[in-house]
Design a protein around this ligand. Structure first.
Ligand code: SF4
Length: 508
């Protein structure tokens, strides 16, 4: 059944005959997830602000068609560039499906002069693009805010797809696999204040709680910070998005004032990998809620949150406090590089309860290098202590460790699926009888696929193509069988300390 048309505010429709470049911005997942991503709004605005370019959006699910644009039903194939944002490894199958549904050959080698250039960016390819090289003409490695203009200039400057790709291959921050470069530099932008930020953001006209509503509700997304100053050994953001950068309060107030005038919402969502109040955000939060707006932040740094900041969040109608202790045991937490004590967590939870929060979401990782069953048993013990400190509904999100390229633990093994399952059982048993605590475990089968794609090399291409053509987990099993690549267990082996890794050519 085809989804019905979605009414949206701030959509840009241009006459395709009056521009030089048609760009398809494609998000290989649901409409809701894609519209929650700041990148969607950022690139849509940057590209449509150019007189010579028309950018229209495509999503894999919950839209009338995955290969016709939201704005004008423009076929995906009619664009000169189709730019995908790949945030989650497994979405590569959705990306391939969108190409094939749109009549674009899945394999870059099969594309001709009349096909679009398939561009892929995001943190996943920026850490290890190699598993995806069969399907992609060019990767944006690192932050794409500035390099996007060079891409459009290259495409606008020639009628030849081949010539445009040759030019892209010479551009810093772009990786064109067929040019076989020996080194590619990852782009990181130093001054956030000087960067464009979208203020007229697209908002769907849907009811609260509708499956199309963005994850943070209908809100103005405001990027407060980028990257992270910590580098927890498992964390991609802490390694490929370094260093921590923040916008100044003046610039943020300017963006929010303009944004709320141009976007019909009553809520501001501050985007940051983990926000504290120490950088002046307490003042910013108070400034937002004192004007009567709602406010939300995705997760907080439990070691630097003040009572005033939490009170502003509560006044802004945020009721759930999200923090990531990662482990139950402080020793294991220290070994991951996460400098957060149990006391920090307990203190923040207490403050949140006093401020009016009524729900707590905690993120944990299991199967970490060096982890024992006692470490896992410490998770329900910590949750139980927090439950006694504050009467809140507690959601315990449990995710298996996934070794990620370019992190300190890129060579570590992922625990076998049986170990992960038995550790989830330890947590569930330990939480039995803890009031208002609920476990939300990630399917460990997905974590196996994520791990293979995170640390794999270009030989995975043939397995990925099979999985894309046979949806669901069964497709991955078939891919393993038919390709002969043991992808479902390939991350279970620890890699030796010697030897280059597939992504060694990417330099910071
Ligand atoms: S886990 Fe959080 S604090 Fe640690 S590096 Fe990642 S974003 Fe930073």
């Amino acid at each position: 059944m085809r989804a019905s048309k979605i009414r949206e505010f701030n959509v840009v429709r241009k006459d395709a005959r009056k521009v030089e470049v048609l760009f398809g911005y494609a998000y290989p997942s649901t409409y809701r997830t894609g519209m929650t991503s700041l990148a969607t709004h950022l690139f849509y605005s940057i590209l449509n602000d150019r007189k010579d370019t028309s950018c229209e959006r495509y999503f894999r699910y919950d839209v009338p068609s995955p290969c016709h644009s939201m704005e004008s039903s423009r076929p995906l194939k009619d664009n000169q560039v189709v730019g995908f944002s790949l945030t989650y490894e497994e979405d590569i199958v959705n990306l391939i499906q969108m190409l094939e549904l749109g009549g674009i050959p899945a394999l870059a080698a099969d594309r001709s002069e009349s096909d679009p250039i398939v561009l892929v960016g995001g943190p996943v390819p920026s850490s290890n693009p190699e598993p995806y090289v069969d399907f992609v003409d060019a990767f944006a490695i690192g932050e794409g805010d500035i390099v996007i203009h060079k891409i459009i200039d290259s495409v606008a400057g020639t009628d030849s797809r081949t010539a445009a790709l040759e030019q892209l291959a010479q551009t810093d921050g772009l990786y064109v696999p067929r040019a076989m470069p020996s080194e590619v530099r990852r782009l990181i932008i130093s001054d956030l204040d000087a960067l464009f930020h979208p203020t007229a953001q697209i908002v769907p006209e849907v009811a609260e709680g509708d499956k199309l509503e963005p994850v943070f509700g209908k809100s103005l997304l405001v990027e407060a910070t980028r990257g992270c100053g910590h580098s927890c050994k498992f964390c991609l953001v802490g390694h490929v998005c370094r260093p921590w950068r923040t916008r100044s309060l003046n610039r943020l107030e300017e963006i929010i004032t303009k944004g709320l005038a141009e976007t019909p919402v009553h809520k501001v969502s501050l985007i940051s990998s983990s926000l504290g109040s120490s950088e002046g955000f307490e003042e910013l939060a108070a400034w937002i809620v004192d004007q009567g707006y709602q406010l939300s932040v995705p997760s907080l740094r439990a070691d630097s949150v003040s009572k005033g900041f939490l009170s502003s969040l509560a006044k802004g109608e945020q009721r759930t406090l999200t923090i990531a202790p990662e482990t139950g045991s402080p020793e294991l937490r220290r070994s991951t590089g996460k400098a957060l004590s149990d006391e920090d967590i307990e203190h923040t939870v207490k403050l949140a309860a006093e401020s009016g929060f009524n729900a707590l979401k905690l993120y944990f990782i299991i199967g970490l290098p060096g982890e024992s069953e006692q470490d896992v048993a410490a998770i329900p013990m910590l949750v139980s202590r927090l439950g006694k400190l504050a009467s809140m509904r507690i959601t315990v999100s449990v995710n298996p460790f996934v070794p990620k390229a370019q992190t300190k633990w890129e060579r570590e093994a992922q625990a076998p699926i049986e170990v992960i399952r038995s550790r989830v059982r330890i947590i569930e048993k330990g939480l039995h009888g803890v009031p208002h605590a609920y476990v939300e475990p990630l399917d460990p089968r997905n974590a196996r696929i994520q791990a293979a794609l995170s640390i794999g090399d270009r030989s995975l291409g043939k397995a990925i193509l099979i999985a894309a053509r046979h949806p669901g987990y069964g497709g991955w099993r078939k891919a393993q069988r038919d390709s002969g690549i043991p992808l479902l267990s390939m991350a279970n082996e620890q890699r030796g300390q010697q030897g280059d890794l597939p992504w060694a050519f990417i330099k910071s």
